[in-house]
Design a protein around this ligand. Structure first.
Ligand code: NAD
Ligand code: TYD
Length: 373
C-alpha cells in the first residue's frame, strides 16, 4: 500500500468542506488535516463519524492566526492546501462586511504567506508538486445579462461585499504565483447544492421553511438566474484541479444548469408535495395547507442583487477531463431526501444561535419576512 499524502484543508467543517473532506478520506489517498474555526456555518455533527479515523485530524482554529497556520505546516508537512474557509453568504456580507474582509482577505493572505515560507524550504521535487488550491466563486465576475457565460477570460466585476472579498482573495493568490512562484490553482464555481448546506442559503432554506410551515421568501420577482451544481461534482473538480492543474491555472466550474429562482422553488415544492405532503406532516395537518407552493411570497429584493450567473466549463472538461455527473432532477431529489432523513442535523443548525443572529443582524431580511405575512 502506498503511503497516504497529507493535505491541509481549511473550512472543512462547512457545507462544501464536509462533502470534500469525506471525498478525500474515502478515496483512501489522503490524510486530511482540517483547520476550521467552527463559525455559525459549521456543524459539529457533520463530520462526527470521521473522528478517530487515522486519516482525519481536526484542528479548531482561525486562518488569520499566522502562528497556528505556520505550526500546522511545520507539524504535518502537507503536500498541498485546499483553501475553502470563508464567510460565504451574500446576505450576511450586506449586513456586516467586516468579517468577510477578515476571513476572506486577511485569512487568505495569511494562508498564502505561511504556505510560501513553508514551500520555499521544501526540497526541489516537493516544491514542484506542491499546490495551493484556492476555492472561489463565479460571483467575482459580477452579473450577466440575458446572454453569455462566464469563462476564465471574464473580467472581474464583483458587486456584493462577499464577491468583492473573494475577488480580492483571488488577486492575492494570483499575485503570490506571479511574484513568488507559489504553485497555485484557482477554481471559480457556480452555486452548489446538496447535503450539509446551511439553511440560510436558498435551497435548504426553502426545504426547511416548507416542512415547518413557514413562508418561502422569494426575493424580488424571482426571475434571477443561478447555475446550480451538485456539491459532489464540485468536489471532484477541486480534487482534479489540485492533482492535475498546472501552477497558475484558473478553472471556472458550473453545472450547465440555469434555473430561475421562482422555478427552482416551485420544483422543490412539487417534490415535497409528493414525498412529504403537508397532510402527512403532523405539524401541518391542522393548517389545511394543500401545497407547499401556497407558502411562496415575493419579498423585498436583496440590495444589488445580481441578475444572472452562468458558466462555460469547457476548459476544465477539455484539459482535466472533468464533467458533472449528477443531473439536476436527481440531485435536487437526493438533496430533499437528505434533509428529510437527517432531522438531528437539521435540529442542531436551526436551534438557538442562528435564529437569534437573524433577529439581531438581518434587518432588511427580517423586514422582508414581515412583509410576506
Ligand atoms: P460555508 O459557509 O458552508 O463554510 C465555511 C467554513 O469555513 C465553515 O466551516 C466555517 O466554520 C469556516 N470558517 C469561516 N471563517 C473561518 C476562519 N476565519 N478560520 C477558519 N475557518 C473559518 O461555505 P461553503 O458554502 O462550504 O463554501 C466553501 C468555499 O467555497 C468558500 O470559499 C466559498 O466562497 C466557496 N464557494 C461556495 C459556493 C457555494 O455555492 N456554496 C460556490 C462557489 C464557491
Ligand atoms: P443564495 O443561496 O443566498 O446564493 P447566492 O446569493 O450566493 O447566489 O441565493 C441564491 C438565489 O436565491 C439568489 O438569487 C438570492 C435568492 N434567494 C431568495 O430569493 N430567497 C432567499 O431566502 C434566499 C436565501 C435567496
Amino acid at each position: 500500500m502506498t503511503e497516504k499524502q497529507t493535505v491541509l484543508v481549511t473550512g472543512g467543517s462547512g457545507f462544501i468542506g464536509t462533502n470534500f473532506v469525506r471525498l478525500l478520506v474515502q478515496s483512501g489517498e489522503y490524510r486530511v488535516v482540517n483547520l476550521d474555526a467552527l463559525t455559525y456555518a459549521a456543524n459539529s455533527l457533520s463530520l462526527a463519524d470521521l473522528e478517530g479515523s487515522p486519516n482525519y485530524v481536526f484542528v479548531k482554529g482561525n486562518i488569520t492566526d499566522r502562528e497556528l497556520v505556520s505550526s500546522l505546516f511545520a507539524k504535518y508537512q502537507p503536500v498541498g492546501v485546499f483553501h475553502l474557509a470563508a464567510e460565504s453568504h451574500v446576505d450576511r456580507s450586506i449586513t456586516n462586511a467586516e468579517d468577510f474582509v477578515q476571513t476572506n482577505v486577511i485569512g487568505t493572505f495569511t494562508m498564502l504567506e505561511a504556505a510560501r515560507v513553508y514551500w520555499n524550504n521544501l526540497p526541489e521535487d516537493q516544491k514542484n508538486t506542491f499546490r495551493f488550491l484556492h476555492v472561489s466563486t463565479d460571483e467575482v465576475f459580477g452579473s450577466l445579462g440575458a446572454d453569455g457565460y462566464f469563462t476564465e477570460e471574464t473580467a472581474y466585476a464583483p458587486n456584493s461585499p462577499y464577491s468583492a472579498s473573494k475577488a480580492s482573495s483571488d488577486h492575492f493568490v494570483r499575485a503570490f504565483h506571479h511574484t513568488y512562484g507559489l504553485p497555485t490553482v484557482i477554481t471559480n464555481c457556480s452555486n452548489n447544492y446538496g447535503p450539509y448546506q446551511f439553511p440560510e442559503k436558498l435551497i435548504p432554506l426553502m426545504i426547511m421553511n416548507a416542512l415547518s410551515g413557514k413562508l418561502l421568501p422569494v426575493y424580488g420577482d424571482g426571475s434571477n438566474v443561478r447555475d446550480w451544481l451538485y456539491v459532489g461534482d464540485h468536489c471532484n473538480a477541486i480534487k482534479l484541479a489540485f492533482e492535475k492543474g498546472p501552477p497558475g491555472e484558473v478553472y471556472v466550474v458550473g453545472g450547465n444548469n440555469e434555473q430561475k429562482n421562482l422555478n427552482l422553488v416551485h420544483q422543490i415544492c412539487s417534490i415535497l408535495d409528493e414525498v412529504a405532503p403537508p397532510d402527512e406532516i403532523q405539524q401541518l395537518r391542522e393548517t389545511g395547507l394543500k401545497s407547499y407552493k401556497d407558502l411562496i411570497r415575493f419579498v423585498t429584493d436583496r440590495p444589488g442583487h445580481d441578475q444572472r450567473y452562468a458558466i462555460d466549463s469547457a476548459k476544465i472538461r477539455r484539459e482535466l477531463g472533468w464533467q458533472a455527473e449528477v443531473g439536476f432532477e436527481a440531485g435536487i431529489r437526493r438533496t430533499v431526501d437528505w434533509y428529510l432523513s437527517n432531522p438531528d442535523w437539521v435540529d442542531q443548525v436551526s436551534s438557538g444561535a442562528y435564529g437569534e443572529w437573524i433577529k439581531k443582524n438581518y434587518a432588511w431580511r427580517a423586514d422582508a419576512q414581515q412583509e410576506a405575512k
